[in-house]
Design a protein around this ligand. Structure first.
Ligand code: 5RP
Length: 236
C-alpha cells in the first residue's frame, strides 16, 4: 500500500493480506462488507492483476460489488456461482467459539446467506474485536419496514421472556432517515451489553414475524485471522 496507514488500518490490512493467501486459482469467493473486507477486496484485486489469479467473486453488498469491479475481480451472483469455496469477511465481535456479531455495516443478511453457502468462512479482524462474551456491540436485527414498531415490541417481549433486562432497541438511521439495507429492509440495533446464550437468542429472534435475520453467526466461521497494529497476524 502506498499511503501511510493508521495503526488500526495496518492491523486490518495485515489480516487481509494473510487471508487472501488462502484463495486459489479457480475459486468462487464470497466477498464481505465493511472497512476490513474492503482491504481484503483490494488485496484480492492486486492478486488478480499481478498474478493473473482467476476467481469469481460473490459480493455481500452493493458497496462491495462496486469495489470488486473497480479492482478487476469478476463479479457473479450467488446463484450463478452455485456454491462457494471460501468467504472472507470482517466482524464486529468474535468470541472463543468463533461465534460472531456482524451487521455493523448493515449487510449481515446477505453476508449470512453467502457465508452459509460456502465451504469455509474466514473472518478478518483487528485485535479489538476479540471478546470473552458477545454483546457489548449492539446486535443488528434486520426487520421488514412493514409493521416495524410491532416487530420491535415483539422483540422487546421476547427479550423480557428470556430475562434479558435493561436493554434498549434503536432504529438504525442514515442521517435523518431510517437506514435501508440492500434488501430494502430496516435494522433494529439491540443494546444488550451481554449475550449469555447466542444460539437461544438467535433462534428466538428469528422466530418473530417481521424479523428477517439477526447478526449472530453461529457455527459458520471456521477460521479467524487477527491483525495487530504492528503488522503481526495471529490465526485461530
Ligand atoms: C457489515 C459487517 C462488517 O463485517 C462488520 O461491521 C465489521 O466492519 P469493519 O470491518 O468496518 O469494522 O458485518 O455488515
Amino acid at each position: 500500500m502506498s499511503r501511510e496507514l493508521s495503526p488500526t488500518d495496518t492491523a486490518k490490512y495485515a489480516a487481509s493480506r494473510r487471508a487472501v493467501g488462502f484463495v486459489e486459482d479457480g475459486m468462487r469467493v464470497g466477498l464481505g462488507t465493511g472497512s476490513t473486507a474492503a482491504f481484503m477486496v483490494r488485496c484480492l484485486g492486486a492478486r488478480v492483476r499481478d498474478e493473473g489469479l482467476k476467481i469469481r467473486g460473490v459480493p455481500t453488498s452493493s458497496r462491495t460489488a462496486a469495489l470488486a469491479r473497480e479492482v478487476g475481480i469478476e463479479v457473479v451472483s450467488l446463484d450463478d456461482a452455485g456454491w462457494l469455496d471460501l468467504t472472507i469477511d470482517g466482524a464486529d465481535e468474535v468470541d472463543a467459539n468463533l461465534t460472531l456479531i456482524k451487521g455493523g455495516g448493515g449487510a449481515h443478511l446477505q453476508e449470512k446467506v453467502v457465508a452459509s453457502a460456502s465451504d469455509h468462512m474466514i473472518v478478518i479482524t483487528d485485535a479489538a474485536k476479540q471478546v470473552a462474551t458477545l454483546g457489548a456491540f449492539p446486535l443488528p436485527v434486520e426487520v421488514l419496514g412493514f409493521g416495524l414498531r410491532s416487530t420491535q415490541k415483539l422483540i422487546a417481549a421476547t427479550l423480557a421472556d428470556m430475562d434479558v433486562l435493561g436493554h434498549e432497541i434503536t432504529l438504525r438511521m442514515a442521517g435523518d432517515a431510517p437506514y435501508i439495507t440492500d434488501e430494502g429492509n430496516h435494522i433494529l440495533d439491540l443494546h444488550l451489553q451481554r449475550i449469555g446464550d447466542p444460539a437461544q437468542l438467535s433462534g428466538a429472534l428469528n422466530q418473530i414475524a417481521g424479523v428477517v435475520e439477526n447478526g449472530l453467526f453461529i457455527d459458520i466461521c471456521d477460521r479467524v485471522i487477527i491483525g495487530h497494529e504492528d503488522g503481526r497476524v495471529i490465526t485461530r
